[in-house]
Design a protein around this ligand. Structure first.
Ligand SMILES: Cc1cc2nc3c(=O)[nH]c(=O)nc-3n(C[C@H](O)[C@H](O)[C@H](O)COP(=O)(O)O)c2cc1C
Length: 119
């Protein structure tokens, strides 16, 4: 399972490149099977508020995180949401993508998904 959140469409695009049905985070979403999380970065290297709330309820089955950011923000905060989630929940940061990323990113994510997430 793939769970994502997207504000301006980049993460939605990334999720659409994977052969799995992505589910968008909503207030009510509760997940009780292994999933891969894909998020953007907010603020200055911050986790989007809705992702913080989602993980408070659903971190148990999160097997890895993929983050999109914008490298123009500078390397200390580029993709910072992914770094923070990985450190807080002790899960792998699978890939950090600049905006929509590239084909090689989608292939690496797909491989991780097949081997470490998919049931
Ligand atoms: C208000 C705001 C703050 C952002 N802060 C960061 C940041 O600190 N680090 C980063 O790498 N990207 C940052 N970004 C860039 C987004 O994470 C990036 O454009 C991402 O691809 C957006 O994904 P989405 O189109 O799915 O919403 C910021 C974007 C906005 C609008």
């Amino acid at each position: 399972m793939i769970v994502y959140t997207s504000r301006t469409g980049n993460v939605r695009y990334i999720a659409s490149k994977l052969t799995a049905d992505p589910i968008e985070i909503s207030k009510e979403l509760m997940v009780n099977k292994p999933y891969l999380l894909i998020t953007y970065t907010d603020g200055l290297g911050d986790i989007p508020a809705k992702v913080i709330r989602f993980l408070e309820q659903n971190a148990k089955f999160c097997k890895g995180v993929v983050v999109s950011g914008n490298s123009n923000f500078g390397h200390t905060v580029f993709g910072g949401a992914g770094e923070k989630i990985a450190a807080t929940y002790h899960i792998p940061l699978v890939r950090k993508l600049d905006l929509r990323g590239y084909q090689a990113d989608y292939e690496a994510i797909q491989k991780f998904y097949e081997t470490r997430v998919k049931e």
